[in-house]
Design a binder for this molecule. Sequence first.
Ligand code: UDP
Ligand code: MG
Length: 319
Amino acid sequence: MKLLSVIVPCFNEDETLPIFQKEINKVATIFKTLDVILEILYIDDGSSDKTLETIKKLRLYDKRIKYLSFSRNFGKEAAILAGLEKAKGDYVVLMDADMQDPPTYLIDMYKAVSENGYDCAATKRATRKGEPIIRSFFAQLFYKFINKISKIEFVDGARDFRLMTRQVVDAILEIKEYNRFIKGIASWVGFKTKWFEYENIERSAGTTKWSFWKLFLYSIDGIIAFSTTPLILSMLLGLAFFFLSLIFILFIIIRTLAYGDPVDGWPSLAVIVLFIGGLQLFCTGILGQYLSKTYMETKKRPIYILRESELSNEDSEEE
Ligand code: UDP
Ligand code: MG
């Protein structure tokens, strides 16, 4: 018998959880025929609705369900980490609660890993159909940019829905950093990955927790965490402008010698001052980003704080 841990971060998902659990149960019966039992680990990420109550209710009927509950909302990345730390499975899979990661794929993903010699089965959306155009545009821009400047590969449209062997999970847990970006981390640790593609699926219920602004900040986190190229870019930019100014100085000296020095050109001067000023602020900003990440890392704060948890198989057993 093999154990497959299903990790499900939940933030205000009380509407979607019963639907999810029902679908997982269907898959679980198929898994049984493959000699695999499931452990379902819900991580309540400081939800303000009835998510935790719903999980507890589901657990009344099914002791394969375990849960962790955070003291506040720490974000999906923190929830994923908590799940990976507590999962006991020989195989571990990360899934969203909203059915955008179809449980029916689990069987094929499991087979790829257990039979076909892959360490990891990952998923990506085939197209960005159904997504707002502006969002698609910026998402694609982000992937182009990060792949240019980072040594590891970021797959466009990759989802967090991925099944891993114990070995891969342990490798991911070795990474202790505070600023976590699971897509990058999973790619950074390496291993043989099989990719599954499917069309994007609408949420079963509830609403997305990601605003455009949240996604934007998240993408900056990803870039800063996996590349120091922006620092080099800003340095090169500074250097380029230094040489440009040298050429300008020469030009002005020669022009003054040849034609004298009529006092005009202040508008262009003002523009140049503004431009260089802006550029300097931009580069200082980049520097600040790295500094702030370093600052957060050095504090060594816990990535999440548990309020309550239930990880046992029985009611009487205390974890
Ligand atoms: N999630 C979480 N903490 C957060 C935000 C989201 O645990 O702060 C969970 C959420 O409950 C869901 C998954 O992460 O299971 C993906 O979130 P969502 O569906 O809102 O994102 P989208 O699919 O729109 O990218
Ligand atoms: Mg979703």
